[in-house]
Design a protein around this ligand. Structure first.
Ligand code: SF4
Ligand code: SF4
Ligand SMILES: [Zn+2]
Length: 440
């Protein structure tokens, strides 16, 4: 017997119509989302591997979101009014620019469904998007994304256009192929102003890359990490975690990353969601926040504990988890005090500095703390930043588990030339046949 304890709104995974949903304790004592479309039947999706107390406790310290500075009128109702609309409850903090739909891999798992045949967004359009973002409360932290953004040869101009408009943080989301294969490319990225590389890094084994990315890539990933270290370009490893495929590797990926700390600044896990292209040799399986934290604790042999982690701040706590660690003199790691608020619950200028410090360049008003520190304050900041290792994760929503209360708190947006900003999970929402709500 199932027992519902919360109501929310969601969509039908077949027709994407907005429908009511219940959050309920399922027969397995885990938490499920249950909903019924009058045309397409009932859907039951696992959302929390834990009991109702642990589910409610996770959001205990949740605070109200902040409305966006500029908002467009709401007309058709969420999730069909993105822009951001007046019903949204969070300011944007990070914005993705999809520079190209081309990619040099054809991964079985790809939210952007990218391939070799894609096209590039013209530079004039990118400038327009920067301007739109400025009009909508920017500058924001920018994620240069795709497809594979390194397939473009004009990243220098793209960053420069952003800098001219006051944007300062540029994260590069990449599979690492070009960084690994082209001598001097990582140095060039550093020189043009890339703040941090978010490197797709799902496993330490070629066989698993073959399943998730279509070919063995471990050698490439290692060379990409080495190249970034040589170029003094901060790296964050980004594994997609798929139950039954690489969930056993959570601990070994963390150990690998810690071995390269402080160059590798942390690991950002992305438990699999079912949007875009997901062609896996198994039925839909999910891994939820409590299971991720349990696996982190077990696989790091208690070095990192589930209790070290907390949920997001400005975004819904059910969207993400994070913890930070500092290396002690004896080489072991100490969890830093939990933050009640995530980066994006701070005023935007503070939030942007937080992201910059956490993941990327560490400029202070006293200069670049990596290079030219001259005072004890600089030295202190350098140590504080370099000693910190961050473990985080984001559980993107799909048509099966979409909770509009969560979506309204989203702070990661996609830039859209017509609409302005579209929350990431709305932009990437696809029905069960792959038809997108927003993505063109
Ligand atoms: S996700 Fe946010 S911006 Fe989009 S329709 Fe819903 S409330 Fe409006
Ligand atoms: S991208 Fe999706 S999972 Fe992340 S904060 Fe936005 S709504 Fe939540
Ligand atoms: Zn339907």
């Amino acid at each position: 017997m199932t027992v519902a304890f919360k109501r929310t709104m969601s969509v039908c995974p077949v027709c994407l119509k907005t429908i009511e949903a219940e959050i309920a304790v399922g027969d397995d004592n885990n938490i499920h989302m249950m909903k019924t479309c009058s045309l397409h039947g009932s859907f039951d999706t696992l959302i929390w591997e834990g009991n109702v107390i642990s589910y409610l406790q996770w959001a205990e310290e949740d605070q109200e979101g902040i409305a966006p500075i500029t908002a467009i009128p709401s007309d058709k109702g969420c999730p069909n009014d993105c822009g951001l609309c007046q019903n949204h409850h969070s300011e944007a903090c990070c914005v993705l620019l999809e520079l190209t739909s081309r990619c040099n891999l054809q991964c079985p798992v790809c939210f952007a469904s990218a391939n070799e045949e894609g096209t590039d967004l013209p530079l004039s359009e990118i400038k327009r998007q920067y301007d739109l973002l400025t009009e909508h409360g920017g500058p924001y932290n920018i994620q240069l994304s795709g497809g594979e953004p390194t397939l473009r040869d004009d990243l220098d101009q793209i960053v420069q256009c952003g800098k001219e408009r006051g944007f300062t943080y540029f994260q590069l989301n990449t599979n690492g192929l070009r960084i690994a294969e082209e001598e001097g490319y990582a140095e060039w990225l550093k020189k043009i102003g890339i703040s941090c590389v978010f490197l797709q890094f799902d496993t330490l084994h070629d066989e698993v890359y073959e399943i998730l990315r279509g070919k063995g890539l471990m050698n490439i990933k290692q060379r990409a990490v080495d190249a970034c270290i040589k170029a003094n370009l901060p790296v964050v490893l980004v594994p997609v975690i798929v139950p039954g495929i690489n969930e056993e590797e959570i601990g070994s990926i963390l150990s690998y990353a810690m071995q390269y700390h402080p160059h590798v600044r942390g690991v950002h896990f992305q438990p699999v969601s079912y949007f875009g292209r997901v062609n896996l040799p198994q039925e839909q399986k999910r891994i939820t926040i409590p299971k991720m934290l349990k696996e982190i604790e077990a696989q790091t042999k208690g070095q990192m504990k589930a209790v070290d982690f907390s949920g997001g701040g400005a975004e819904s706590p059910y969207c993400s988890f994070h913890a930070s660690y500092r290396k002690k003199a004896d080489g072991t790691w100490r969890a830093l005090q939990k933050k009640k608020r995530g980066c994006c619950a701070m005023p935007s200028s503070e939030a942007m500095q937080f992201v910059s410090r956490q993941w990327g360049k560490e400029e202070t008003e006293h200069g670049d703390v990596r290079g030219t520190e001259t005072s004890s304050l600089d030295l202190f900041l350098k140590q504080a930043v370099e000693d910190t290792f961050t473990v985080s994760g984001m559980l993107f929503q799909d048509a099966w588990n979409l909770d509009l209360q969560r979506l309204k708190r989203c702070y990661i947006c996609e830039a859209d030339s017509e609409r302005g900003m579209i929350p990431f999970c709305a932009y990437n929402l696809t029905d069960c046949n792959g038809k997108a709500l927003y993505r063109k």
